[in-house]
Design a protein around this ligand. Structure first.
Ligand SMILES: [Zn+2]
Length: 567
């Protein structure tokens, strides 16, 4: 058993009553039902603080794929996007924002979401009416909040909110927190755009607005902040975020990853976060446990030829027909001779950074395995090899293009980020990026790659990895009632077959509302997952139990347990 505290593993029993752990160690008492976990790794359930299930939570009681990966609590509403508060006339716009920023099919959201709310507290009630396989916590997204208060002007970057509007945003955040929202989130990155290409509404929010909202959190006396930003002017931007923590007295987490164009910027950001902590300000970095990469393929949103006119003419064809057409020599010649528009070509023609993910998927390939390197060895142009690869497996092959945390063609940077004392693992974006990215499997990868499989450098101690995505992630968002195996805490547990724990390759499925597609990744080795003492998944299959509930706000540590909330 690895109990989430980071101490070395030990063998023992876990006694559970009424959804809580009542005893750990040697339990002599017989129970009404017992699970034999001998030979299995027993851990707390994973707490995933960075997901985008805001729409899916309303139609999917299981919350796949996180439930397959041992996650027992998800936090959603990240990156400033979500669906509450929302006036009826803003529904379509909020969907287009989510579709653009997080690549969730708009048709699926339009058909799936029932919109039984206007205010954020009503949204929480709607979630609460629907039991889930795991616990769900929600944050107030700045994009929706801004549109609710400012109407059309909320998405217009030449507009600024009035003092009254800022006060209204602060009041609504405070009301949401008092009703059980876990925090407030915003996006300040140019990479986040709505479906029609407009920058995300919160991009241009100025200091008055951000500090006004931060004061709202301060008045509520609870809640966390989550922020993603480009840090174009790193010092000024960080100073503003730091000021938000100062005026609110509330913790903040910031997305941190390595960009190829500024491969050392993350170090200065971590340095600033460290300095803030030394000054007593609770700021954390959310870091990915591996590279963040695009998955490219004929079924995916993008592939290396997406921008080529002759390919685009085929884009709507069913896969089998598309594959047949792409095999025609004349069409093949034409597509390969064409060029993509400049922006897309820059991203999608990076064959020296493109890899076959394989089975089992290899998330730390070396440069020699790239499409470009293989093509060179074979004496063919890289684009031609990529074209051939895309047609393999009846057109289902996915090529992996890591674009964050992979400048040096290895994961040493991820390791360094994970080891930073102010970081927590996150950024999996489960529930989002349906046609491009499939990182809801981060919790499994953190364990299997760093705790066991890594071949290209040092790994990390298993008991520490468990703590990182249980006690540490729970503490980040103020959930002191979960994350370790100790009497009084929630009985959220994983029983893992450590010898067989392994990710399957990502695959495209068409199971969203309206037949919408999404990438999912299955996994082997989770023998059982327990939520509040009930088995929700056994060997990857749902038992049908739905003990998961809405988590309303911060949760105190149960009486008598050591407080590790701000460790
Ligand atoms: Zn996100």
């Amino acid at each position: 058993m690895l109990d989430g505290t980071g101490r070395p593993g030990f063998t023992g029993d876990v006694g559970i009553r009424n959804g809580r752990i009542v005893a750990v160690g040697r339990v002599a008492e017989r129970a009404a039902w017992e699970v034999d976990a001998s030979g299995l790794l027993v851990t707390p359930g994973w707490v995933d603080v960075h997901t985008h299930y805001d729409g899916q939570v309303t139609w999917d009681p299981q919350l796949t794929p996180s439930c397959w990966h041992g996650v027992t609590t998800v936090v959603m509403g990240n990156c400033g996007v979500g669906f509450a508060p929302a006036e009826a006339e803003r529904h379509a716009w909020l969907i287009s924002l989510m579709e653009g920023v997080e690549d969730i099919p708009g048709t699926a959201l339009a058909e799936g979401i029932r919109w039984e709310w206007e205010s954020f507290p009503e949204y929480l009630e709607a979630i609460e009416r629907q039991p889930h396989a795991l616990d769900v916590a929600a944050q107030v997204p700045h994009g929706a909040l801004r549109a609710y208060v400012m109407g059309e002007r909320g998405a217009d970057h030449s507009e600024a909110p009035s003092a009254e509007e800022i006060a209204a945003m602060a009041r609504l955040v405070r009301e949401a927190l008092e009703a059980g929202a876990l925090g407030f989130t915003t996006s300040r990155t140019r990479n986040h755009r709505s479906r029609d290409g407009a920058p995300t509404p919160s991009l241009s929010a100025g200091p008055d607005e951000l500090l006004g909202i931060a004061r709202g959190l301060g008045e509520a006396g609870c809640g966390v902040m989550e922020i993603v930003s480009d840090f174009v002017d790193g010092a000024a931007e960080f100073a503003l975020l730091r000021r938000m923590v100062e005026v609110s007295g509330r913790p903040m987490s910031i997305s941190v990853a390595q960009h190829d164009l500024a491969p050392d910027a993350w170090r200065s950001l971590l340095g600033r976060i460290a300095a803030a902590n030394e000054a007593g300000l609770p700021m954390r970095a959310q870091v990915p446990p591996r590279a963040i990469g695009l998955l490219l393929g004929l079924q995916a949103t993008l592939n290396p030829f997406s921008g080529h006119p002759s390919f685009r003419a085929l884009a709507e064809l069913p896969l089998a027909e598309q594959v047949a057409r792409l095999r025609e020599p004349e069409l093949r010649r034409r597509i390969l001779a064409e060029e993509a528009p400049a922006g897309l070509a820059f991203l999608l023609a990076r064959f020296e950074r493109m890899f076959l993910l394989g089975d089992p998927p290899d998330y730390e390939p070396d440069a020699e395995q790239s499409v470009a390197a293989k093509a060179k060895r074979g004496g063919v142009p890289a684009a031609e090899l990529a074209y051939e690869l895309l047609l393999e497996d009846e057109g289902r092959t996915l090529l992996y293009l890591p674009f964050l945390n992979y400048t040096d063609f290895n994961l040493d940077v991820s390791r360094e980020m994970l080891l930073d004392p102010n970081s927590v693992p996150g950024l999996g974006d489960a529930g989002a990026h349906c046609g491009m990215i499939c990182d809801g499997s981060f919790p499994t990868f953190l364990l299997s790659h760093w705790g066991r499989d890594r071949k290209r450098g040092e790994g990390l101690p298993l008991e520490w990895l468990v703590k990182r995505q249980t006690a540490d992630t729970a503490a980040l968002v103020g959930l002191a009632d979960r994350g370790t195996i100790a009497p009084g805490l929630r009985a959220d547990l994983n029983l893992i077959n450590w010898d067989t724990l392994a990710l399957r390759p990502p695959e495209m499925v068409f199971d969203l509302p309206a037949g919408g597609k999404r990438l999912v990744q299955r996994v082997r080795g989770y023998r059982a997952t327990l939520v509040a003492g009930e088995i929700t998944f056994e060997d990857g299959e749902a038992t049908g139990a739905l003990p998961g509930r809405l988590v309303r706000g911060e949760q105190p540590a149960p009486a008598g347990t050591p407080d590790r909330s701000r460790s």
